[in-house]
Design a protein around this ligand. Structure first.
Ligand code: UFG
Length: 330
């Protein structure tokens, strides 16, 4: 297949580009490089620097190639920022996606795989969370992802657009080759922050709440390795190309949760240096427990994550950060 990967210079996008090529597919990346990195795009993969808000540029790219499918990662992803700057989030994530949908149906109506998030569920009592759990996003970020899911479905109904939505849980880790990894301009993710703290770039780790109704009092999340997540995209796009599982939505996680303390223990074990930890107040909007019911993607697409051990996951993140302490700057 020939694939357009929108947002392919970002963290998850770049790992997916790599897995797509390993599976024998040809890739073109479209990215505005607002948070992605040209260095994360492998040599030989064309990089079109364009913004989804420029619908003509998107159409031109689609017309210039005979793509078989599009994978769409491009979005702003910070929950806190989305609450302070909603217009930016609605414009980038919703209008940007609308432009992409419009460009696809007006040029070459190829299947679309879309990056969504567990944030569409909001706080839920469901453990684990199935795809048909109530959708009650609590942030503008989650809202923009849910709105985009719904737009995509409307394009499916109206124009026959085939699609797959993947709802990611807590994505983490890095390619075992340690040459690409997480390098966000603003760092908020637990494992990345812990690795940078272990490198001495930060003084200590704050644990946001130790009074949650969980066994050790800290929040539980489902940490899925970025390379396994990338493989989920390969499975999804190949199924769509074969005309299978069209218009499906899947959770992507391990179906198993780890607490903040368990993650920090794993980081200590991998780095060999215990981090200084401090209890901090709860962070607004953090539900106690978010664990995927991932049985649908396992049953339908044959998703088989390889990184199921927390230490192995943390090891790949640590190898990336210690060899690239300032991300792609070096
Ligand atoms: N945490 C700390 N200290 C830190 C950073 C995080 O205690 O310094 C805690 C958080 O409170 C949370 C857990 O570690 O309980 C994980 O936090 P992350 O920020 O790594 O991830 P989130 O679960 O908040 O969010 C992630 C993605 C979102 C997505 C969400 C869906 O970043 O984009 O998962 O579950 F919406």
């Amino acid at each position: 297949m020939k694939l357009l990967v929108v947002g392919g210079a970002g963290y998850i996008g770049s790992h997916t580009v790599r897995q797509l090529r390993a599976a024998g597919h040809e890739v073109v990346v479209l990215d505005n490089l607002s948070s992605g990195h040209a260095q994360a795009v492998p040599p030989g993969v064309p990089l079109v620097q364009a913004d989804l808000l420029d619908v003509d540029a998107v159409k031109e790219t689609l017309k210039a190639h005979q793509f078989d499918a599009v994978i769409h990662f491009a979005a702003l992803i910070e929950v806190g920022e989305s609450m302070r700057a909603p217009a930016r989030y609605y414009r980038n994530n919703v209008v940007g996606s609308l432009n992409l949908l419009q460009a696809i149906v007006e040029t070459r109506k190829v299947p679309l795989v879309f990056s969504s998030t567990a944030a569409v569920y909001g706080t839920t009592d469901a453990v684990p969370i199935p795809e048909d759990a109530p959708l009650r996003p609590e942030s503008v970020y989650g809202e923009t992802k849910l709105m985009t899911e719904r737009m995509i479905h409307a394009f499916h109904v109206a124009h026959g657009l085939p699609y797959t939505v993947l709802r990611y849980f807590n994505v983490c880790g890095a390619a075992p080759t340690a040459d690409i990894g997480e390098a966000h301009p603003n760092k908020t993710h637990l494992i990345e922050l812990a690795a940078l703290t272990a490198l001495g770039q930060r003084e200590k780790m704050m644990i946001f709440g130790e009074d949650y109704p969980t066994p050790d009092g800290t929040c539980i999340r489902d940490y899925v390795h970025v390379q396994d997540l990338a493989d989920a995209h390969v499975l999804a796009v190949e199924a769509l190309h074969a005309g299978q599982h069209v218009a499906a939505t899947y959770n992507v996680g391990l179906g198993r949760g780890f607490s903040v303390r368990e993650v920090l223990d794993a980081v200590d074990a991998v780095t060999g240096t215990p981090l200084t930890r401090e209890t901090a107040p709860r962070r607004a909007g953090d539900p106690p427990r978010l664990v995927a019911d991932a049985s649908r993607i396992v049953a339908e697409l044959g998703f088989a994550p390889r990184f199921t051990d927390l230490r192995d996951i943390v090891q790949t993140a640590w190898d990336w950060h210690r060899t690239h302490p300032h991300g792609f700057q070096e």
